[in-house]
Structures are given as C-alpha cells and as structure tokens.
Design a protein around this ligand. Structure first.
Ligand code: SAM
Length: 465
C-alpha cells in the first residue's frame, strides 16, 4: 500500500456501503472509510487511490453522527470482531437488507420484487457457539500500554487484528460466546504463563501453545480443542490435565499437534484427551453430532430460523427428491427428511459426511444418502441417473459461492425449485445471474452475525416455464 499524504477536510459520511465500510461522495469522488457512521463529519487521510474510488482513514472527527451509540466492548477500537457496535441494531439490520438488494441488483442484474423484511437475530451478544483464539508471544500493545512505560509480558491469547495474520490482540472479555469461554481463555493463558509454557510466534513458527477453539451448545455439551505448535508431550499433558480438572463441564476435550505453516487442521489428526470426540446439538427435534472438524452454523438460535425459512421456501410436500448441496454435517438433509421422498447430500469433508450419516442413524432417518465429494466433480447427469433427478435443490455454499460447473449443472437440472442460502450475497448474486433457466421468486435476508457487516440471504427460484 502506497501511503498518501492528501488530507480531505470536513468529509461528510453519506451512507453504509459493502464490506462494512461507509461511503462519501464529494467533488465527483467516491471515498470509502472504515469505523465511520452515516452523518459523521471527519478529516481524513487518503490511504489508497484506485481508478474509480479512494480509501481514506479518519484522523479527526469534526462531528460525530447522531446515529452513533456507545460500543459495549472495551476492545471495540482494535478488535475486528464486532465492528458495528457503534450503530443501533435496528440500523444495522436496515443496512444489511439494503446491501442484499444492492448486490442482487448491481452484481446479479436481477429484477427483484419480493424481498421480505430481514429477520433479525433474537440474541445480539453471546450468540456464537464457536470461537477461535490465537496464542502469541508478541501481543499487540495498546497506546495506553505503550504510554504507561511499564514492562509488559507480551504473551497473549485473543483475536487477530483485522487483516493482520501476524498481530494478535490479547482479549480480556469477549461478548460473543456464553461462558465459560472467557474463564477458559483467561485460565489457560495465565496457567501457561505461570508454568513457563511457550506461546506461539507466527513468524518464527515456534512456541508450544498455538490456538484454542471453544464450541458451546444450547444444551450442556462443551468442546475444547487446543492446537500445539510443538510435539512436547510433557507440556501438552500438563496443560490438558489442568484444563480437564479445572473445567469438568467440558464434555469433549481434544488437542492437535500442528507443526505446519498455517493454523488449518483439516488434514491433521485431532486427539481426544478426555470425554467424547464430539458434541451434540438439537434443532427442531433433530439431534446433530458435531465433530471437531464439522461445520455447524455458529448462531444456533438464528440457524433454527434460517433453516425453518429455507424449508418453508422449498415448499416440500413429501413427494420430492431433494438435493442438499454443501450439506456439512447433513443438518438441512436431516431436518427435511420427513418432508421429502429422498434427500441426497453432498459435501467435501469426509468427516462431516460421517457425521451426517450418523445423524441420520441417530434420528432413525432412512431416506438420506450422503456423498463426500467436491460437488463440481460429481453433480452431473450420471449422478442424477444413479441417485434420482432432483425436484428441489437446496444449496448452501461457502463464501466463495459455487463453481461455475455446479451453477451450470443446477441450471440444467430441471428441478422445479431451487433454494440458495448464502453467507455472501455478492457471490450469490454472481451465481444467480448464471441461473438463466430460473426466476427469482422470494428473497429473505437474515442476520446471523449482529454487530458485523455480514448478512445471510436465502433466495428461492422457480423453473421458468
Ligand atoms: C456454509 S457451509 C454449509 C453447511 C450446511 N448446509 C449447514 O447448514 O450446516 C458450506 C459447506 O460447504 C463445504 N464445501 C466447501 N467447498 C465444497 C466443495 N467444493 N464441494 C463440496 N462441499 C464443499 C464446506 O466444507 C462446508 O461444510
């Protein structure tokens, strides 16, 4: 990034734009800023010049927007987690709804009429069932800490600063997950410091303690996974034993030895230290088994609303063959099984497919079939001949959206209805534009992540006659 020294004075922030940024239009220029609110007036420094727009950072507030409210978290200024805390929740919802409409129209070039009001989250704090914390031996210092002149222990456990893989902010209290998430994190950090266990250095790739994942449930199940960067069994057993004894409520305690260059553990063995190797969560009377590598919607209460809405939009009557693409642990498949003739779920991660099958067995469901595969490699006429031509397709891809081969296969499938669930309306809009054999019938934005700019969106499509 080339640093500019041009200052824009008295810049008025006009509106919220995509990716949580705000936009200003002045003297024919489009300027994006972060951490601002519509109605703010600021002096800003230009940090990036692009062909069609500028990016700027606030150096001084001339006037703060009347729309602003006091953020509830002490880490708000630095942490990337809940960047919209300074905006009332109702306003956040309006911005998200508008973002969905804008992206479907601008990127998808779609004519949409039936946009339902966004479904807000019933809980706006402690709504996450999974948090991932990173250990560091070089925690980020706040201005206050630097100014204090005190000697500070740089071992920390918290979140990455936005966009910085090598900078970790130590967290005192996080409002995103119910307890014991804070108790656990604080306990583990101080136990490690007091016992001389080393914290990870991401640049040198050394240090024992690397990453901590806490997964909570609506019931009593609680999973903890600790990632270690070194194979030091004395240190590993020492801290794992201590966690087990101090937190007997953990029902699944696991660890991973990860000596790779990145934190991803999908290709590594997860070792169960104590308790079960999975946790269970129930939605609408169906119980789901979730392993350490399994995807599960992170806001469980709101996921229930998401699934109910998607199922309603699929208009199932019990006679249809339904495909559940990107099925994860088969959550949707198992929820819709009773309303379908047969459900076929496809998902990349074999362990998630194992969980999906187990979830069917556990819930006495016998009309599901799951396959572990990259969908682009298997979704074709041969597959349809073998497993049944889809009447309804429900698809829930990752943020990157669907591969063009998958979009093409869906477009040519002949299914009478498609329900497309997306956590990224931009890629959803891109994919929808290619589904030329279908027309959009209902659009339902839904908020799974309060205080972030992220928005989920469900679109139902019907086959053009
Ligand atoms: C947003 S999640 C949806 C999970 C599921 N529908 C649910 O509600 O629990 C996306 C899923 O797509 C899977 N996935 C990503 N790329 C894939 C691919 N190319 N082929 C098949 N599955 C893929 C991921 O592993 C993940 O489980």
């Amino acid at each position: 990034m080339r640093r500019q020294n041009t200052i824009l004075e008295n810049l008025r922030i006009d509106a919220v734009a995509a990716e949580g940024k705000c936009v200003s239009k002045t003297d024919g220029k489009v300027i994006f800023t972060s951490k601002t609110a519509p109605g703010d007036v600021i002096d800003a420094r230009i940090v990036r010049k692009k062909k069609n727009y500028l990016e700027a950072e606030t150096i001084r507030y001339i006037k703060k927007s009347a729309q602003r409210i006091e953020p509830f978290c002490s880490h708000f200024e630095l942490c990337g987690g809940c960047k919209w805390q300074h905006l009332p929740y109702d306003d956040q919802l309006k911005f998200k709804e508008q973002q969905v409409i804008d992206q479907l129209q601008r990127i998808g070039k779609l004519e949409i009429s039936n946009v339902q009001p966004i479904l807000g989250s019933t809980e706006t704090t402690k709504y996450r069932n999974k948090l991932e914390y990173t250990f560091t031996n070089y925690k980020w210092l706040t201005k206050q800490q630097i100014d204090s002149g005190e000697e500070i222990n740089r071992n920390g456990l918290g979140f990455h600063l936005p966009g910085r893989f090598d900078r970790v902010l130590d967290i005192d209290q996080c409002h995103l997950q119910k307890e014991p998430t804070n108790d656990l994190r604080v306990f583990i950090k101080f136990f490690a410091i007091n016992n001389g266990l080393s914290f990870y250095n991401v640049k040198k790739h050394e240090g024992l303690l690397r990453n901590l994942i806490v997964r909570t449930t609506e019931g009593d199940d609680l999973m903890v996974i600790v990632q270690f960067g070194e194979n030091d069994m004395d240190g590993i057993v020492k801290i794992m034993k201590e966690i087990k004894e101090t937190f007997p409520e953990i029902t699944s305690l696991n660890y991973i030895i990860n000596q790779k260059g990145n934190d991803s553990f999908y290709d590594l063995e997860v070792i169960n230290f104590s308790g079960k190797s999975y946790i269970k969560e129930s939605i609408s009377g169906i119980t789901f088994k979730i392993g350490p590598k399994s995807f599960f919607q992170t806001n469980t209460k709101q996921a229930t609303h998401l699934y109910n809405k998607a199922i309603e939009m699929a208009e199932l009557d019990g006679s249809q063959i339904v495909y559940d693409l990107y099925c994860g642990t088969g959550t949707i498949s198992n929820l819709i099984a009773a309303k379908s003739k047969k459900v076929i779920g496809i998902e990349l991660i074999p362990e998630a497919i194992d969980n999906a099958n187990e979830n069917s067995t556990y819930n006495n469901i016998s009309n599901t079939y799951f396959e572990a595969a990259d969908i682009k490699d298997v979704l074709n006429n041969e597959f349809f001949d073998a497993h049944g031509t889809p009447d309804v397709i429900i698809t829930d891809p990752p943020r990157s959206g669907m591969h063009t081969d998958v979009v093409k296969a869906i477009n040519e499938s002949g299914a009478s209805k498609i329900v497309y669930i997306s956590c990224n309306p931009a890629t959803q809009a891109r994919d929808l534009e290619l589904l030329t054999n279908y027309k959009v019938s209902v659009v339902q934005p839904i908020d799974m992540f309060p205080h972030t700019h992220h928005v989920e969106n469900i679109v139902s499509l019907t086959l053009k006659s």
